[in-house]
Design a protein around this ligand. Sequence first.
Ligand SMILES: [Zn+2]
Length: 460
Amino acid sequence: MSLLIKNGRVVTATDDFVGDVFIDGEKVHTLGKNLAMKADRTIDASNRLVIPGSIDPHVHMELPFGGTVSSDDFKTGTIAAAFGGTTSIIDFAIQYKGKTFQQTLDDWDAKAEGKCAIDYSYHLAVTEFEPRHAPEFKKVVDRGITTFKIFLAYPGVFMIDDQTMFRVMQSAGEAGGMTLVHAENGVAIQQMIDMLIAQGKVEPKYHAQSRPPVMQADGVARALRVGAFAKSPVFIVHVSCEASMNEIVRSRDEGHASFGETCTQYLFLDETCYDKPNFEGAKYVFTPPLVPKENIEPLWKGLKLGYLQEVSTDHCPFNFKGQKELGRGDFRKIPNGGPGVEDRLSLVYHGGVVERGFSLNKWVDICCTASAKMFGMFPRKGTIAPGSDADIVIFDHNRERTLSAKSHHMNCDYSLFEGMKIKGLPETVLSRGKVIIEDNQYKGRAGEGQFIKRGACAQM
Ligand SMILES: [Zn+2]
């Protein structure tokens, strides 16, 4: 099967020209102007942007959390991702007590296999590290998982101590991998949570009060310094505030391999969402929480200047009805997470390109290319070049639309961005040469998505 996309404005992280893309099977074959190749099918992309399929490197499908399970599984979540122009995701395989790393990855394979609409991988979240785990790092890297995740939050559940942090970072680095960190001061935050509950402060807004930016920045600084001490690259996930970003910048200025991402929710929403009536603040209970509005512009600036490398969603949806409601009367019982995997590419286009004058190249970089490089998938993913996978989005950048739970495809009964008017729609989406989204319909088959064996992480 061959496919010719004609007359689109082809934009990668570095290129920008009006022309054609010829796809042979699953791969991009040739780019150019007025290509003469005969194809089985031709798509006219006039007045459209033709960009690489985007990558969301931080999602949680079907994740057990707080006595319930995130409401998108690998099927519904990856179909929603595809509607949003995302053609690769990286989930988190979380090690439960007593499990080896290999068992953990086998468990996640069992959840994902045969279900995914797009290509996928995992980061391995290490929650327990005893001497018997040490030789496993190399085996995990050989399996194509080159990123390890640790939590400095959720004491008694996922949190590891500083000794374990050092050992994971060192072992990951020696195996050629990178350590991702959920960075907060989990212990001090727990103390604040206990105090708030004892005072009867149980509403959703106290979730945010219990874990303010200063406690995130504390975790970020500690993680980056331990990473420097262990001589290993460190990537901070879901940076929500300027103080944390500044720690990353400082560390990189000192010569360390320190990186970070932010998420769509932190680029558009602020802590006033917790004041919504009728327990609706619970819709915004995720960790880290939304922060004061003054942080939003610095995060956008950080993306523009390369302080932060990419934008993910931390997609981890729970329905308001029946799931978020578990926390009525006790914010500790609200499952942490929100829906987002479908909206990212368009939101960053709208907020970045339309509202703040980002170049199209920069938009593609922070949504598609940087993640491919950071997480060992470039140039197979993240660009349009001869030999790269034909993961391609034909993006109607002039289309105006309103985000809403009524029209989204995520299995979640609310949208974080309900009623927001934005510009831009991923109109046609290709996964390895096959059209999977067209005419606002999913045309693929669940299970066509393949596991991506990742290589070494680039030091950007
Ligand atoms: Zn997460």
